[in-house]
Write a protein that binds this ligand. Structure first.
Ligand SMILES: [Cu+2]
Length: 498
């Protein structure tokens, strides 16, 4: 060991001087479990500080091995998984993910697991940071209203997942039974300004995404690996709006990110940031300058980055439908002064037509009618016909060719009671888009329709008139003037129309 380090030093300073023939130069390593026993615990036992996500306990600050007492409670409880949707979670410490545990390599951990008397199920815990069969599972098997105890020495430094391993294991994990335990290396981790605890999990409910009311666990979906929700910290919106993670420009942020699974692996990404360092797989070495890091089910990673530019940074699973259609989205908000030399914000927004201006569009009829409309000569039927052609390939991409939309994702335009109530808003919706919560025919949507500013006033009028007179809607007309006024108006707010 000494000799290898010496060689490494020589190799570095003399650039390939000696030391190569007889002994290969290897990277200095931590020695793993064989170097992780620092002897018996010293001093009085300490009680571990446990935190609920997204908080992380303070560094242990210890330089000698200690006896650390961890007291963790299993609580089965109903909580919201999304707005208006409840689910019976099984938890470690009353939260999903469970309480964050922080110890130091070489510590002797006396682990107490209590299962609340009102639990319906027995539970146990398998900590990936434990050296010993089952990671503690058999030793910690605990019936409702019981407590159990076992002790382990944390021989390997790293960030480890813990989870319940009671049969059926998948069901216990799917119900939220996982969390993280950090085993600090003996020298501790580098100082940072903020530390946060985020954990991804996939959830399987009997109803569809956003179906309201209490939802049961769907074993079949779980076996098929078709999650209804993919979430950070156990609830859609757990880390958005007023619950967003907070930081400031100039700060260093460290995220401890775990993936409980039970099924999916995470392509973890922060939109608009680059991880300066990633301790991939929660281990000892770090990679630098990483865009997206893979976190396996039952695995974890630590990442650090420095905040330069203020704004909202979106944490996603870059398997991106999970982010926008299953909930895997969180926000890290950085406050501070603008930094225009690093990021300017939008500098140019101008019309770029390219060849489109010259060549005839696919719908020559539409163009002709649009021209006719411009000159004030088109009949309502002609406008509807022109609107139909424009609808196809613009609105139909999301709302469907027949305007039926897609349950939970794109609201229907066909027989839309929302539209019936607000027909005057239609040109505004087309030109400014729509976001926020909207209820259409009894179903909630909380998504984003992009503004369609590329459409001319005539095109907006034609599409609008077509929509109002199709798909069983009540009729009406959108004029060129309506479109013109809408273009000048401020963006539509879905909530305001209720
Ligand atoms: Cu369990």
């Amino acid at each position: 060991m000494r000799r290898q380090m010496f060689c490494l030093f020589i190799a570095a300073s003399l650039a390939l001087a000696g030391c190569k023939a007889d002994k290969p130069v290897v990277a200095v390593d931590s020695g793993g479990s064989q170097q992780g026993d620092f002897g018996p615990p010293q001093g009085e036992p300490v009680k571990a500080v446990l935190t609920s996500p997204p908080l992380v306990p303070p560094a242990t600050g210890r330089t000698a091995p200690a006896k650390v007492i961890v007291e963790l409670d299993v609580v089965e409880k109903d909580m919201e998984i999304s707005e208006g949707v409840t689910y019976t979670f099984w938890t470690f410490g009353g939260t999903v993910p469970g309480s964050f545990i922080r110890v130091r390599q070489g510590d002797t951990v006396e682990f107490h697991l209590r299962n609340m008397p009102d639990s319906k199920m027995p539970h146990n815990i398998d900590l990936h940071g434990v050296t010993g069969p089952g990671g503690g599972a058999a030793s910690s098997f605990t019936a409702p209203g019981h407590a159990s105890q076992f002790t382990f020495k944390a021989l390997n430094a790293g960030l480890y997942v813990y989870h319940c391993a009671t049969a059926p294991v998948g069901m216990h994990i799917a119900n939220g039974m996982y969390g993280l335990i950090l085993v600090e290396p003996p020298e501790g981790l580098p100082q940072v300004d903020r530390e946060y605890y985020v954990m991804q999990g996939d959830f399987y409910t009997t109803g569809k995404y956003h179906d309201k009311g209490h939802q049961g666990f769907d074993m079949e979906k779980a076996i098929d690996e078709h999650p209804t929700y993919v979430l950070f910290n156990g609830r859609e919106g757990a880390l958005t709006n007023d619950k967003a993670l907070q930081t400031k420009t100039g700060e260093n942020v460290r995220l401890y990110v775990g993936n409980g699974g039970p099924n999916l692996i995470s392509s973890f990404h922060v939109i608009g940031e680059i991880f300066d360092k990633v301790w991939y797989e929660g281990g000892t070495k770090y990679q630098e300058n990483v865009q997206t890091t893979l976190i396996p089910a039952g695995g974890a990673a630590m990442m650090e980055f420095h905040m330069e530019v203020p704004g909202s940074y979106v944490l996603v699973d870059h398997s991106i439908f999970r982010a926008f259609n299953k909930g895997a989205l969180a926000i890290l908000k950085a406050d501070g002064p603008e930094n225009k030399t690093i990021y300017s914000g939008k500098e140019v927004d101008e019309v770029y037509l390219g060849d489109k201006a010259a060549s005839a569009p696919a719908g020559a009829v539409a163009a002709a009618v649009a021209t006719a409309a411009t000159t004030g000569n088109a009949t309502k039927d002609e406008r509807i016909a022109a609107g139909k052609t424009l609808f196809a390939g613009t609105c139909s991409t999301c709302h469907g060719p027949d305007g039926k939309g897609m349950s939970g994702v794109f609201p229907p335009l066909a027989g839309s009671d929302y539209l019936a109530k607000n027909p005057k808003k239609l040109p505004e919706i087309i030109l400014h888009g729509l976001q926020g919560k909207v209820t259409v025919n009894g179903k909630d949507y909380n998504s984003v329709m992009p503004p369609m500013v590329q459409l001319t006033d005539d095109e907006v009028a034609n599409i609008g008139t077509y929509v109002l007179n199709s798909f069983g809607n009540k009729g009406g007309e959108v004029t060129r003037d309506d479109a013109k006024k809408a273009r000048a108006a401020k963006p539509a707010d879905a909530a305001a129309a209720h």
